[in-house]
Design a protein around this ligand. Structure first.
Ligand code: LCV
Ligand code: LCV
Length: 258
């Protein structure tokens, strides 16, 4: 059974996450999302919506924790499914609008914030959780957060790992619109139709120009390697194991900085 529902209405394609219980981003779910995005490239679409089922409490619980490696491998390498779905959204030729109900966790925050626009219901919340789980987030993931939010705000979300209300993210320029849940679908579809009426060729070049320019951060190879070495110390640490163990034991992690 596919973990996503795909619908096309006119020039708007919709990808609905549908993986019980909490849309945790497993390899399977991410492959279904990227396959849906690829299939939509072949159709004459102008906008893609990414959403969960209406009325969900949890939009996505983030990375499927059971798929986080615990054998000393980097949990967020270039080919990790989470990295792949973020790039698939960022390079998709059409604007991708995230329509958010419920709570968004961990890597799902980066996936949503990599969409071109975000429309959220008033009750939606976002929690960026690597620090809670003991995961050394990867450098392009951090850059994706920097693209949409100020450094102080992103530091607060990363350092506290706590849920933040959609309104606060809109006040900080991360979310485009916060609307009452009852209006979420109609508002988002109206926005999609507006975008669907302008030149798709111009949209494609504008999106790619913005992606290239916001990703242009020259880092000397040695600096990159130093960051990778620091990240390796973390994912090789006992704290990383403790973060994942605590998750499965449904208890708070106790970190010892080793
Ligand atoms: C697998 C899960 C998950 C899950 N994976 O229902 O950004 S990083 O670096 O941290 C990155 C690595 C990342 O994204 O890590 C994952 C970060 N995600 C989180 O911290 C969210 C963890 N989940 C929760 O806080 C709660 O499960 C939420 C609030 C999402 C839902 O709470 P609720 O009380 O409604 P349960 O907690 O009972 O979860 C329902 C089932 O989903 C599993 C969880 O283990 C439980 O399974 P069982 O019913 O078999 O016990 N589950 C939840 N999240 N990310 N599995
Ligand atoms: C020549 C004009 C213009 C005009 N050029 O009075 O950013 S990019 O990439 O798009 C870039 C290439 C660019 O800047 O493209 C131009 C973008 N501009 C617009 O899309 C605005 C187009 N204009 C309008 O929406 C309306 O004209 C406004 C709202 C500006 C004014 O409306 P209003 O009803 O008051 P009219 O539309 O009747 O315009 C008065 C006269 O100005 C001409 C227009 O053709 C009309 O000429 P005639 O009286 O001879 O019919 N006009 C308006 N804009 N950009 N000519």
């Amino acid at each position: 059974m596919s973990t996503v529902i795909i619908e096309v209405s006119g020039v708007v394609g919709t990808i609905t996450l549908n993986r019980p219980k909490v849309n945790a981003l497993s390899r399977e779910l991410i492959e279904d999302i990227t396959t849906a995005l690829d299939s939509m490239k072949e159709q004459n679409l102008r906008v893609v919506l990414l959403r969960a089922m209406p009325g969900v409490k949890v939009f996505s619980a983030g990375h499927e924790v059971t798929e986080l490696p615990t054998n000393g491998r980097d949990p967020l390498t270039y080919n990790d499914p989470l990295r792949q779905v973020v790039r698939a959204i960022q390079t998709h030729p059409c604007p991708v609008i995230a329509m958010i109900e419920g709570s968004v966790w961990g890597g799902a925050c980066e996936m949503v914030m990599s969409c071109d626009l975000i429309v959220a219901s008033e009750q939606a919340t976002f929690a960026i959780t690597p620090a809670k789980l003991g995961v050394p987030y990867n450098i392009s993931g951090i850059l994706n957060f920097m693209k949409v939010a100020s450094i102080p705000f992103i530091k607060e979300m990363l350092f506290t790992a706590q849920p933040v209300a959609a309104q606060r993210l809109m006040d900080c320029g991360v979310i485009n619109h916060v609307v009452p849940t009852a209006e979420l679908e109609s508002f988002t579809h109206q926005l999609a139709m507006q975008i669907g009426m302008v030149s798709p060729l111009v949209l494609r070049i504008l999106k790619e120009e913005l992606r290239v320019l916001t990703s242009a951060h020259p880092i000397p190879p040695e600096v990159y390697e130093r960051i990778q070495a620091l990240r390796r110390e973390v994912y090789d640490s006992e704290d990383y194991q403790e973060g994942i163990r605590a998750f499965f034991e449904k208890r708070k992690p106790v970190f010892h900085c080793k």
